[in-house]
Design a protein around this ligand. Sequence first.
Ligand code: EPZ
Length: 436
Amino acid sequence: MEKFRIRGGNAIKGRVSISGAKNSALPCMAAAILTAEHVILHNIPYVRDIITMRRLLEDIGAHVLTPELRTHKISAANIEVMTAPYELVKTMRASVLALGPLLARFGKARVSLPGGCAIGARPIDLHLAGFTKMGAEVYLEAGDVVARAPDDGLVGAEFDFEKISVTGTENLMMAGTLARGRTTINNAAREPEVRDLAELLNKMGARVRGAGTPRIEIDGVEALGGAEHTIIPDRIETGTFIVAGAITRGELEIKDCNPEHCNRIIAKLREVGVEIEEVNQSTLHVSAGKKLKAAELTTQAYPAFPTDMQAQYMTLMTQANGRSEITETIFENRFMHASELQRMGARIQIGHDKAIVEGPTKLIGARVQASDLRASASLVLAGLIAEGETTIDRVYHIDRGYEKIETKLKAVGADIERVRESVTSPLSPEEDVAAA
Ligand code: EPZ
C-alpha cells in the first residue's frame, strides 16, 4: 500500500504547471469510438483514470498510441466488442461514457452498471432515459446495462434533464452526433469540460451548438472523421494549488491554467482573503494576503462553485477566522474527509448536507485515510500545515486525478514523500488494478 508522508510548516513558494483536465480527457477519449479515423489528443494528464480509459478502449478493440507521454493517438477502426466490463467500470464510473458512442456508431452496447461510490449513489438513470428517448431499447441484465438502437440507428429527440448531469450531457451529446435528425438537450451541464468535448466533436465533423449553455442542439450526421485536439487545463487542480499556496501562507505562480474556467473558485477564495492576480490568460499569481476569514459556501453545477473543490475549501476554512457553513448540494455523501480532518484536530460539525467549520484551529499531524479523489487532496492540504508528521493511506485515490502531486508540491518547497509500506506487502485490489 502506498501512502504519503508529509511534514507540515513549509510555505509553498515557486512555480507549478497545471496538467490537462481529467474530466475532459475522459469523454474526449470515449468520443474516439465514434469514428474509424484517428483522433489525436494532446495535453492528456498522466493519471490513473486515463490509464483505465485507455484499457477500456483497447479492450473493445481500439488502438491507442502515445507518441509522447501526454499525447494519445486513438484509432477505433476495428472495434470488435461493445462491452465495458465490471472490472473496469467498478474502478472508474466514467466508463459509462462508452455507452453513447458505442450505441450511436454500432447500434449496441453493454456496460456494467456502475454501483455507488464513496460520495454517493450516483445512478445513471437519466443517461438511460435519454437513450430510450432516442429510440434505444435499454434493459438491465446480470448487472449490465444492455442497449440496442433501432435497426436504422438512433433517432434525434428532445430531452430535459430533471437534474443537471455532466457525463449524462456528454453521453447524449455524443449519441446525438450520429442520430437521425436533431437532438435537443435541455437543462444541460455547462461545465468547460462539456464545451471542450463539443469542440472536439465539431472538429470531427459533428454539428453541436450551444455547448456551455443550458440548451444544446445536435444535428446528426452520417459519419464522423478524425481530428486533433488539445485538452483544456484542469480547473480543479488549479483550485487545489491556489489553496495550497494560500493555506501555507506561501507565494505561487500557477502556469498553464485557464483562469476564466475558475472564475467562481477565484471569487470565493478572494472573498475569504486570498490574494489572486490574473497575470495573463494562462497564469495566476497567488499569495497569502490578509488573515483568512470564514465564509459560507454552497456547491452547485457550473458556473457556480464546484463540488470538486468543496473538500479543499473545508480544509482552508479550518484556518479562517470564524464559523463557515458549507452546503453540499450535488452529492449526498461528500463529507468523508471531515472525520479525518477532525482526527487532526479540526472543529467541524456535520449535519445531513451541511458542515459547520470553526476556525482558526491548529492542526496536528496524524495517520489519516483517503476515501475518494478530492477528499485525499483536502488531507494533503491539511498535512502541509499540520504540526509534525501526517501519513495519508490509500493515496491511489489521489493518483486517479492528480498527476504526480507530491512531485509538484516538493518542487515548490513542501516536505512530502510517497512511501510504499514494504515491497513484499500485498497490493490492495485497487492498487492491483492500477498496476495492471
Ligand atoms: C462529473 O461526474 C465529474 N466526473 C465529477 O468529478 C463531478 O463531481 C460531477 O460531474 C459534478 O460536477 C467526470 O466528469 C468524469 P453528475 P458525474 O452526473 O457526471 C445525479 C472528480 O472528483 N444523477 O453531474 O458522474 C448524481 O447522483 C469527479 O473528478 C442522477 O441522479 O456527475 C449527482 O447527485 C467526482 N442520475 C448529480 O446528479 C443520473 O443519471 C450530478 O451528477 C446522473 C446523475
